[in-house]
Ligand binder design. Structure first.
Ligand code: GDP
Ligand code: MG
Length: 163
């Protein structure tokens, strides 16, 4: 079986945009409305020819436990459990939020390896955006601007050796 990488983060940080950049597909629904992907969505990354891996896009962890948001969160948690590596996606423009902190705590508890992917770094000071998340204490932090394909090769370079 191929190794599996899961995309996790609060709604609207750009998980589906990263999924599309890595799978080079328009499979994932990218939308301004938070929580558009409510279940798990699978694809393949074949950008490094001899090292394909599976990708799982999730609807995001909203912090709400009721109704659809709760179902979405359960799916995201299930994705973390089955993944070999998690990409914890955050918004470099908005900076750290309380919800990010909750997700961080959940990921640490899960025991699954994860990278912090700081997205939306286009048009802002990348180093300053990354520094905002220093207190999360995550070893591997990768800035990207997925909507502009920026940082995607570097992200791949970090992912591949971990699988
Ligand atoms: P998801 O809810 O985490 O899956 O987020 P989406 O991938 O659906 O993206 C949410 C919004 O952020 C969309 O309007 C995207 O166009 C926008 N977005 C995604 N990546 C970037 C980026 O690198 N830079 C900027 N400025 N916007 C982005
Ligand atoms: Mg999405």
């Amino acid at each position: 079986m191929l190794p599996l990488v899961a995309l996790v983060g609060r709604p609207n940080v750009g998980k589906s945009t990263i999924f599309n950049a890595l799978t080079r597909s328009r499979d994932a629904l990218v939308h301004d409305e938070p929580g558009v992907t409510r279940d798990r969505h699978y694809g393949f990354c074949r950008l490094v020819e001899d090292r394909p891996f599976g990708l799982c896009d999730t609807g995001g962890l909203s912090g709400e436990e009721e109704g659809l948001a709760g179902a979405t969160a359960r799916q995201a948690r299930a994705a973390v459990e089955e993944a070999d590596l998690v990409l914890f996606v955050v918004d470099g423009r908005e900076g750290p939020s309380g919800l990010d902190q909750n997700i961080l705590a959940f990921l640490r508890k899960s025991g699954t390896r994860f990278f912090l992917v700081v997205n939306k770094t286009d048009g802002i000071d990348v180093q300053a955006a990354v520094a905002e998340f220093a207190r999360f204490g995550v070893e591997r932090v990768i800035p990207v601007a997925a909507a502009h394909q920026r940082g995607i090769p570097e992200l791949l370079e970090e992912i591949i050796p971990e699988l």
